[in-house]
Design a protein. Structure first.
Length: 293
């Protein structure tokens, strides 16, 4: 079994020792494999677990070509190639909203002529967050207060100039006090939850990533968060078929109810270090997939 990895982290995340140990318990061999290495014989593996290609946002065309090749390659891939392609661009949030999933309101800017107007509409409600629709780890994500309109517009235009779609979202003030809660699903079933402290600092502007600001701990999901998580995963599965792994990132909105920030079906870290027993659950889900062929 191959677990995709980026060239910068060929041994994957801190979760990997836990996953490897859990696979050993169920008699499954698993190895990290750099997804972009051209010499890899993918046909030599019986399953490809594709949630470790964390550099795909910087190599989107190359990654999508790899996804298409895996779709034709005859080796099962999880999540499915169709799911990986769909989840790369956060415009999937439009689809989930149309299905009734409560998500953080987003203004999508695809033309430079609309940049200032979209920022003004979003800033009318207070602070905003600007980021590209293909992003991860806080790449080119920044928070702007109402007096920083010029900086926000310049950020949006810089993303458009780079050929990206920009997202402008109202900053959810509850993040400062309550952080984010991520719900991890495996095989379509809820497994565990994690809490993430606020990562986006005001006044900093866009950066390469926000990982240095990341503080993650174990969490308990509320009934409302669980309901939202299950609804989001079910809506995606209705379109794309079953998922093997998912992380539903939620924040509290102004009403105090959870809202979807992102549905990570492509390359989510599953944070087994906060819930080591969950690695065993993941290994069992993968072992069943292998047995089913």
């Amino acid at each position: 079994m191959a677990f995709t990895a980026p060239p910068q982290f060929p041994e994957l995340h801190d979760d990997w020792p836990l996953v490897r140990g859990a696979l050993d318990k169920v008699g499954v061999d698993g190895v990290p494999v750099v997804w972009s290495e051209p010499s890899v014989e993918w046909s030599s593996y019986d399953l490809i677990v594709a949630n470790g290609a964390w550099d795909n946002i910087h190599r989107a065309d190359e990654f999508l070509a790899w996804v298409d090749a895996r779709a034709r390659g005859g080796v099962p891939v999880v999540n499915s190639p169709a799911t990986l392609r769909w989840n790369l661009d956060k415009r999937y949030l439009r689809v989930l909203e149309a299905a009734g999933v409560a998500a953080v309101p987003t203004r999508w800017v695809e033309r430079a002529s609309g940049a200032a107007a979209e920022v003004d509409l979003a800033l009318a409600h207070g602070e905003v967050v600007v980021k590209p629709s293909i992003s991860g780890g806080g790449f080119q994500t920044a928070r702007y207060e109402t007096h920083e309109r010029g900086r926000a517009v310049a950020h949006v235009r810089s993303l458009l100039d780079a050929g990206r779609t920009a997202m402008v979202q109202p900053y959810q003030a509850a993040v400062d006090t309550d952080g984010e809660v991520g719900l991890i699903f495996m095989g379509g079933e809820f497994s565990h939850a994690m809490h993430k402290d606020p990562m986006i600092r005001p006044g900093v502007g866009p950066t390469a990533n926000l990982i240095d600001n990341q503080v993650v701990t174990a969490a308990s999901a509320s009934p409302a968060q669980l309901a939202l998580g299950r609804q989001a995963v079910a809506a995606a599965e209705e379109i794309l078929g079953p998922t093997t792994y998912a992380r539903v990132d939620t924040v509290l909105g102004e009403s105090g109810q959870p809202m979807l920030l992102e549905l990570e079906l492509l390359d989510p870290v599953l944070f087994f270090t906060t819930e080591p027993a969950a690695a065993d659950r993941f290994a069992r889900v993968l072992a069943v997939l292998l047995a089913e062929g």
